[in-house]
Design a protein around this ligand. Structure first.
Ligand SMILES: C[S@@+](CC[C@H](N)C(=O)[O-])C[C@H]1O[C@@H](n2cnc3c(N)ncnc32)[C@H](O)[C@@H]1O
Length: 355
């Protein structure tokens, strides 16, 4: 648990202003997305001398009325400025249109979460992913559903997941390979991106991916495409069936953006199963976005929001963890955290654990 976080130093006026931003957030989010998707922000980005409402409406192929309401919302969102009857892009508007991190987060919010979040309160009361159930179907978790989800959902889900982990890989490889592992097990290896990076990085290493059959179908396609079938294998398994042991004989066990998909009790069981597959020299690396280990306010904000995706859409019981929580759970499963690597990629921490 975090001991201290936040303050209450704002003026009452500022606090009331911020309260209105929260009150209208879903409406203004859709306005920002429309300004982006109708091409209005990129039009203003190209036209630094500004454009009128009529010119913008014509470019976006919408009515003057439609352009007016969106542009006026854009003023309050501070994405757009109005000077002498012409609209201009601001720095915030620039990030909405040009920054990949922001795009990935907005698409994830819209395509994966938006509709389901109407049901957040019920999800919290029941401890079930009610947003998933009411809007998409009655799967126990989103992971079982991924292979069958609408294309937009899949695109934005994978875009979000991969954006954060891909960016970490260049820093991750020297950490994972520091003791020259010959066999790596990637638990929750998803579409095989990490396994492929390992196989490209080291010409001898063998990698086994543990994941659900649906994800392994995608992984197998990618592995075949890159010609690594002889060094990367899939091992289909429901990891929530704790009676199923993990295969043994690995030098490294890798869990990236994986344990946040599970409740505290499940995390202990998953690490315990890894523990049972380890010998004295095996290393378990846990790579997570821990919310207290962030350099930027925006990262912590994003992680607190992402925790609620787990509540409402993913499984109803997991979250982005605090470092001390994750350390405690690792120790409960019988392992020691022997080294911590911070500031990996956009927002990751790696914990190296041993028996
Ligand atoms: C958030 S993704 C992380 C993927 C990847 N490790 C990364 O860093 O991008 C979590 C992965 O855990 C897998 N997973 C979740 N629940 C599972 C279960 N019960 N059994 C097997 N795999 C599971 C999902 O299918 C998914 O591939």
């Amino acid at each position: 648990m975090a001991e201290n976080y936040g303050n209450d130093d704002k003026s009452a006026l500022q606090a009331k202003t911020d309260a209105q931003k929260i009150a209208f957030a879903p409406i203004m989010f859709q306005a920002a997305k429309a300004l982006r998707d109708f091409g209005i922000l990129s039009f203003l980005r190209k036209n630094k001398d500004g454009k009128t409402t009529e010119e913008i409406a014509q470019e976006a192929k919408i009515s003057n009325y439609g352009a007016t309401v969106l542009l006026e919302a854009g003023l309050s969102l501070e994405m757009i400025m109005l000077k002498d009857g012409k609209y201009f892009l601001t720095k915030t508007g620039y990030f909405i249109i040009a920054d990949k991190l922001t795009r990935v987060n907005m698409d994830f919010t819209h395509d994966v979460n938006y509709k389901g979040f109407y049901h957040l309160q019920e999800a919290i009361k029941k401890g079930k992913p009610t947003g998933l159930h009411k809007e998409f179907g009655n799967w126990a978790t989103v992971y079982e559903a991924l292979a069958e989800m609408p294309e937009k959902f899949r695109e934005s889900w994978f875009g979000f997941d991969h954006y954060y982990s891909d960016d970490s890989f260049p820093q991750v490889m020297p950490v994972v390979f520091q003791n020259n592992p010959k066999k790596i097990m990637d638990v929750g290896g998803n579409t095989g991106k990490f396994a492929l990076k390992c196989a490209e990085y080291n010409k001898d290493v063998q990698v086994t991916i543990l994941d659900l059959p649906g994800q392994l179908n995608d992984a197998n396609k990618n592995i075949k495409e890159k010609g690594f079938e002889n060094r990367i294998q899939g091992h289909p398994i429901n990891l929530l069936d704790f009676s199923k042991p993990y295969p043994k004989g690995y030098d490294v066990i890798w869990m990236s953006q994986f344990l946040d998909c599970f409740s505290e009790e499940e995390v202990v069981n998953l690490i315990s199963n890894a523990h049972d597959a380890m010998d004295e020299h095996t290393e378990l690396f846990i790579m997570e976005t821990l919310w207290d280990k962030q350099r930027f306010e925006a990262s912590t904000y994003s992680l607190h929001a992402t925790s609620l995706y787990f509540t409402c859409i993913a499984n109803g019981n997991s979250r982005m963890y605090h470092f001390e929580n994750m350390k405690r759970l690792t120790e409960e499963a019988g392992l020691r955290v022997v080294e911590v690597f911070e500031d990996i990629g956009v927002s990751h921490t790696i914990m190296r654990c041993k028996k």
